[in-house]
Design a protein around this ligand. Structure first.
Ligand code: AMP
Ligand code: ZN
Length: 667
């Protein structure tokens, strides 16, 4: 009996591993997410019931949960070097000459690979199993981040083939752009600052204490180098091909080049094509292909002599910094903004750029009237990356960061571990007050027609509103006398506000602007608790038990609910008739029929509108995604579905269904 269970467990693990490999390494799904989850749940159950079969390398171990308070320092068995840089073909020619001289040969074979922009990692395998994952650190010693690395699905925990008894493989942990942008959208919605770039976010992720948090991030790992005693391969290219065969994700964009001319073509090609890659690259790494020649060349104090990085030119311009202004967000976070002499950068005119925070200004010693370098990378907003000191005016003085809020003059504070300054005058700071009301009325929240951001500012200035509940007390005769207002606009506004009482609870919950509660989280909470009262009475523990609600969100909700001002606000909203619970009608319409299924809705429909269709999917427990991927379960195709979507759907073999077929599915 017990042996049977052991066999079953082994078999499930093997099956899950294969699906996982097909999906995350080959990008070629062989099972739906839904069915994958069923197998995983089955395995988890068997493992829970039979603890003697526990295995740290089981696919169930990928969801994380282990918390690391401090990461252990580990000395690398063999040092992790950095790379020499080159910026032109001439630089590469110089390098080739040096290599030729040391080796005493004229013709050298190279490989070209992309330079992946992330955080380097060293993975150790023994007997086909992942034993340890260590960051580069200073090259001699790094941090043991194995618990976090195990959650990255493209890294094999068990190899399909032994490869070698013991070896190390090095690669780069990256955050693909899609996932990065999605994480940022969610952050902005929740009133948080967006992450600056995928690279920092990827390396920051490795040091998160809660591995379950890491598991949620769409990290990936691209491998580029094997370290073992006496490799049985003649060339670097061959070794990477073998690594790919045993289950590692080695990108296809590797090319053997007979000479520098071919290297140049590779570079030229990718300098353009890199903009279509799903991840960021900042250059090409050129390596001597022959492993014996690599040995012979060896290392300098800092880098291998057998490799060199060629850096693509970043899109950068210089311009004059006229002024620094400070923005206050609706959560009180202060962002310094560079006001620039307009400059053309990567096809758009740039007048403003982010300066991020006080540290950044101090680090570069950025001063008014300086000529600064502005760069556009993967970030949403351009950034200032340095100062042209040769152009600094003689009379310039260092920038003094503000210590008071530019809006309400409150002394700013900086919390430990936070790079930003904050104005804590939540209920007295004008921009925070109007920011919250503007968020409340916005399209994705209460969607109030006839009321815009500027009118909110005006109403606040006229002392007619101080919070979103005050909106419902507004009367026409108060509004008509205001600047740029007339009877008609006043009527529209009041009607728009009244109509917002019909907005469903999940949107109201999002509109309240509770920190970290974005659209998706609000939907989750509304589905789970069904009313504001129940959310406000929920304990921290209770909240963290809800699917996808972590400590941070839970704490923020508890803080919100304990605030007397908020309790009064919610009470007032309730009295005005705002929806603070899930309506009986929508509760009736909610099922879990589509649980675990991901839909993409494309084209024009006849029976339901697009939005109705999306809502129906969510009401029935399904997910709506805007782009087609391996994770998509169905595409609901209407008329005029885009041809590129159709091709993508076909190539991924995702079923297309009609509106009618969808409705049938619900029955
Ligand atoms: P740098 O940090 O600028 O000195 O560049 C060296 C780093 O580039 C290495 O530590 C690797 O993490 C990274 N890298 C990215 N892609 C590759 C690649 N294809 N081959 C070697 N190193 C790479
Ligand atoms: Zn303030």
């Amino acid at each position: 009996m017990s042996a049977d269970i052991g066999k079953k467990i082994d078999q499930l693990r093997k099956e899950l591993r294969e699906h996982n490999y097909n999906y995350y390494v080959l990008d070629n799904a062989t099972i739906s997410d839904f069915d994958f989850d069923i197998l995983l749940t089955e395995l988890q159950k068997l493992e829970d019931e039979n603890p003697k079969y526990f295995d740290a390398h089981s696919p169930t171990q990928r969801v994380g949960g282990e918390v690391t308070k401090s990461f252990e320092t580990v000395t690398h068995k063999s040092r992790m070097y950095s790379l020499d840089n080159s910026y032109s073909i001439e630089d590469l020619q110089d390098w080739e000459k040096r290599v030729q001289k040391i080796l005493g040969v004229d013709q050298i074979e190279f490989t070209c690979e992309l330079k992946y922009d992330g955080a380097s990692i060293n993975l150790s395998y023994e007997q086909g199993k992942l034993i340890k994952a260590v960051t580069r650190g200073d090259g001699f010693q790094g941090d043991d981040v194995t618990t976090n690395i195990k959650t990255i699905k493209s890294i094999p925990l068990v190899l399909s083939d032994l490869f070698f008894d013991a070896f190390e493989i090095r690669g780069e942990i990256i955050l693909p752009l899609d996932g990065f942008n999605k994480m940022n959208e969610e952050r902005v919605e929740a009133g948080e600052d967006p992450y600056r770039n995928p690279r920092n976010t990827a390396s920051g992720s490795l040091k998160l204490q809660d591995s379950a948090e890491v598991a949620k991030r769409p990290l990936d790992c691209l491998l580029y180098h094997i370290v073992a005693e006496r490799l049985p391969f003649g060339s670097h290219f061959e070794s990477l091909n073998k690594a790919r065969q045993v289950g590692f994700k080695v990108p296809e964009a590797i090319q053997v080049c007979e000479n520098l001319e071919e290297v140049r073509s590779f570079i030229d090609h990718w300098d353009k094509a890199r903009h279509d890659l799903p991840y960021e690259t900042d250059g090409v790494v050129v390596k001597v292909n022959n492993l014996h020649q690599q040995d012979e060349l060896g290392y300098t104090a800092k880098s291998p002599r057998w490799a060199i990085a060629y850096k693509f030119k970043a899109e950068q311009e210089s311009t004059v910094l006229n002024k620094i202004t400070y923005q206050v967000g609706r959560t009180g976070a202060i962002t310094p903004v560079a006001n620039l002499e307009p400059v053309l950068l990567a096809g758009t005119i740039v007048k403003r750029a982010s300066l991020h925070n006080a540290d950044q200004i101090e680090k570069f010693d950025i001063r008014i009237e300086d000529t600064v370098f502005v760069e556009k990378g993967g970030e949403i907003i351009p950034k200032v990356v340095g100062v042209d000191l040769s152009k600094r005016p003689k009379h310039s003085v260092p920038t003094k960061y503000i210590i008071h809020c530019p809006d309400c003059n409150t002394l700013l504070v900086r919390k430990e571990g936070d790079a930003k300054h904050y104005c804590l005058n939540e209920f007295g700071c004008p921009t925070q007050i109007t920011g919250r009301i503007q968020h409340y009325i916005s399209r994705k929240a209460m969607d109030i027609d006839g009321l815009g951001a500027e009118t909110v500012d005006l109403l606040f200035k006229e002392k007619l509103i101080f919070n979103y509940a005050d909106l419902y007390d507004l009367r026409e005769e108060q509004i008509i006398p205001l600047e740029r207002m007339a009877e008609k606009s006043a009527k529209n506004m009041i009607a728009g506000i009244a109509k917002s009482k019909e907005i469903p609870f999940e949107k109201v919950l999002f509109a309240l602007g509770i920190r970290f509660v974005g659209e998706t989280v609000a939907k989750k909470l509304a589905r789970h608790y069904k009313s504001m009262d129940r959310i406000m009475n929920a304990s921290f523990e209770d909240l963290t038990n809800v699917d996808e609600i972590g400590d941070r969100i839970a704490q923020s909700i508890v803080d919100f609910s304990n605030d007397l001002g908020n309790i009064q606000l919610i009470d007032r909203l309730k009295n005005y008739g705002v929806q603070l619970e899930v309506s009986a009608e929508s509760q009736e319409n909610q099922t879990n029929k589509l649980q675990g299924k991901v839909f993409v809705v494309s084209g024009v429909f006849t029976i339901m509108s697009r939005n109705e269709l999306k809502k129906s999917i969510e009401d029935n427990g399904g997910k709506v995604s805007s782009s087609i991927s391996k994770k998509t379960s169905y595409i609901i195709a209407g008329e005029n579905m885009g041809p590129s979507k159709r091709t993508k759907a076909e190539s991924l073999q995702i079923p297309l269904i009609s509106e009618m077929e969808y409705i049938e599915m619900l029955k």
